[in-house]
Design a protein around this ligand. Sequence first.
Ligand code: PBG
Length: 326
Amino acid sequence: MSYPHLRMRRLRRSEGIRRMVRETVVLPQDLIYPMFVVAGHDRQEPIASMPGVMRYSADRLPAVVREVRDLGISGVLLFGIPEHKDSMGSSAFDSAGPVQQAVQIIKDTAPELVVITDVCMCEYTDHGHCGHLTQDGRVDNDRSLPMLAKEAISHVRAGCDVVAPSDMMDGRVGYIRRVLDEEGFTDTMIMSYAAKYASAFYGPFRDAADSAPQSGDRKSYQMDPPNAREALREVELDISEGADIVMVKPAMAYMDVIRGVRDRFDLPVAAYNVSGEYSMIKAAAEQGWIDEERIVAEVLTGIKRAGADLIITYFALDFARTLVKF
Ligand code: PBG
């Protein structure tokens, strides 16, 4: 026989057929929207390197989170930008801090939304590192743990559902779990940034959160980008310490890691489509070089196809508004 009798193209003949056999569909409920909260009142400030993303003061959140809820997005992930920073990051545990206020306002406005708080010291320390800095400039793992636990407890007291430690100190999931349990917060979940790489893709975030390290870099605590087996070890440890959801971050350059974690473990897997991934697409779209809606749908679908159950993305609102497929 000379003609091709095995025809794959039958499955692609019409949109109806393609839709019927589509293997992966991203739904609004797969998405978590990250938000930056600043101190003060009536503030809504654009972030130059992240077009379309704002920093809001807590009192300006209700309108946005109502839309997030109405679009069917599962939750929000909050980052705080405090008024004052010091070497100990003490504003991280201020019960009237931006994140603590935001949690209460969001829970009052849209109680259905899952409220997740990022737990890290880098937004609150004047040196910009994610934990306690010694005199000689090293980040001290074990002295950072009580600071992180104190921050987590302060977010939980404000009413968040999930704490998400993003500092990459060893043992922090176990430490935070123990302190949460001792304080009676046994129902609070921990979503750990389990495999978080020392990535250049965080550049725009550090502008947005004003959290760039003032000296050195984060390579002694965040993971080395070439390592994938090490990510499995990180995830395994975090699960053994009590993580409820494990995260891989960034997403696009780490799809193999997402797949590896999905294949090896049974817990929900989140992937963080980070600031640099967002800004690259926005910049190219502004130039008219790419079709933003289709690129976003393709990227988010790819992340889900790689194995992520949840996607943390600054595109959550844009995507849920249009729900462009292919
Ligand atoms: C805090 C933190 C960072 C991000 C999330 N939590 C920055 C960093 O580690 O430098 C990055 C998020 C993004 O780029 O969108 N440690």
